[in-house]
Design a protein around this ligand. Structure first.
Ligand SMILES: CSC[C@@H](O)[C@@H](O)C(=O)COP(=O)(O)O
Length: 359
């Protein structure tokens, strides 16, 4: 796998010497870059729940690596204990966050390896090797998908474009270049002049804390806006295109992404601005209809407190949906590693997910 662009930020990775899963604690950004490593699936599960590790592809990769790390701590155990404990770890990680499809995609793959090893009579050592190979494959595929999404998507970005993005669909949400941000990075590396408007993304400010940090590091001009500024910028003609990521795309083409995405898509349609979604095919769930998708509801405290400071009454009730749903007819195209998917989505998503990888 040869990627002709620098990978400057890694959100999750495998430490070969300790066989631990490592990640940047994104809760500490942008003020400090703190790395955590663990072989404990309960610790990694907590990191996912608390948003130390977040973003759909990153949580899938981290969960798969966590099962592999844990497997290595159990290679001295009897076979039965090895399989029951590693499969239990899969269940713990499965229960962390309900919306992003990548988590279930990755955990299904590692669980299948464990089950295959169990029925073939593989030793714990053989099974640990096998599950590690699969987890690393999931990560490598994500790295390569990021790059291909960037290549395909950058062709949709005109020179001198103003791009609006929401939340963080960058390196910090994936294994390498990001999804929406891979499009921006590759356009930039190819010499296109772009500027980005990043929404702050309440309640936990992934845009202000993470997207701005990444783009400043990259040297790409970025301007932070409040979430409620997006529509006004579009009306003023200051946005040429919108690119966001996704946590799950259903077979009908509904896009489930960070809360606030729907309002941006509506404003984009009203102002005739293309609305692109960049996501690997591991985010596309051909088995689910939109009614089946669980939208995560998080602790209301995230809304009531900003960076630890209470901004309302302690007794105030608050609602904290983490994601919303954008209808397929508001989406101009979905940029995947296998190419750009245009409507009609039900037919074209099925074709692209079923087609073989281009590498
Ligand atoms: C490439 S990441 C795409 C999405 O996962 C991203 O836009 C998003 O909504 C992340 O939400 P988060 O709650 O921070 O995990």
């Amino acid at each position: 796998m040869n990627i002709p662009y620098p990978i400057k930020i890694r959100a999750v990775w495998w430490d070969e010497s300790s066989r631990k899963t490592c990640w940047i604690n994104t809760l500490k950004l942008p003020h400090s870059e703190e790395v955590e490593c663990s072989s404990d699936p309960v610790r990694v599960a907590k990191a996912i729940i608390d948003l130390e590790i977040r973003g759909a592809p990153a949580i899938g990769v981290a969960a798969a690596l966590a099962v592999a790390s844990y497997a290595w701590t159990l290679t001295g155990k009897p076979r039965e204990e090895f399989y029951s404990k590693t499969l239990e770890a899969v269940s713990v990680l499965w229960a962390t966050r309900p919306t992003a499809h990548n988590l279930f995609h990755a955990l299904t793959r590692v669980r299948e390896k464990l089950l295959a090893g169990m029925s073939a009579g593989a030793t714990p050592l053989e099974a640990a090797e096998d599950v590690t190979r699969e987890a690393l494959k999931i990560m490598e595929e994500d790295i390569y998908s990021n790059y291909l999404i960037g290549e395909h998507g950058s062709q949709l970005v005109p020179d001198n474009a103003s791009i609006l993005t929401h939340c963080n669909a960058g390196a910090l949400a994936t294994s390498a270049l990001g999804t929406a941000e891979a499009v921006m990075r590759v356009a930039w590396y190819k010499g296109k002049r772009i500027r980005v408007y990043a929404t702050e993304t309440r309640p936990v400010l992934q845009g202000a804390r993470l997207t701005v940090w990444e783009l400043v590091k990259e040297g790409i001009p970025v301007t932070l806006i409040t979430d409620n500024t997006a529509g006004f910028l579009m009306r003023k003609g200051m946005v040429d295109l919108v690119i966001v990521g996704a946590d799950r795309i259903t077979r009908e083409g509904y896009v489930v992404n960070k809360i606030g995405t729907y309002m941006i898509a509506l404003a984009a349609r009203r102002n005739n601005i293309p609305f692109y979604v960049a996501a690997p095919t591991s985010t596309i769930d051909l088995n689910s209809r939109i009614e089946d998708v669980v939208i995560e509801e998080r602790n209301p405290a995230e809304v009531k407190y900003v960076m630890g400071r209470l901004i309302t009454l302690e007794e105030a009730s608050a609602l904290n949906y983490a994601f919303d749903i954008t209808d397929p007819d508001l989406v101009t195209a979905i940029i995947t590693e296998k190419g750009v998917v245009k409507p009609p989505f039900p037919e074209n998503l099925k074709k692209i997910v079923g087609s073989s990888q281009p590498h």
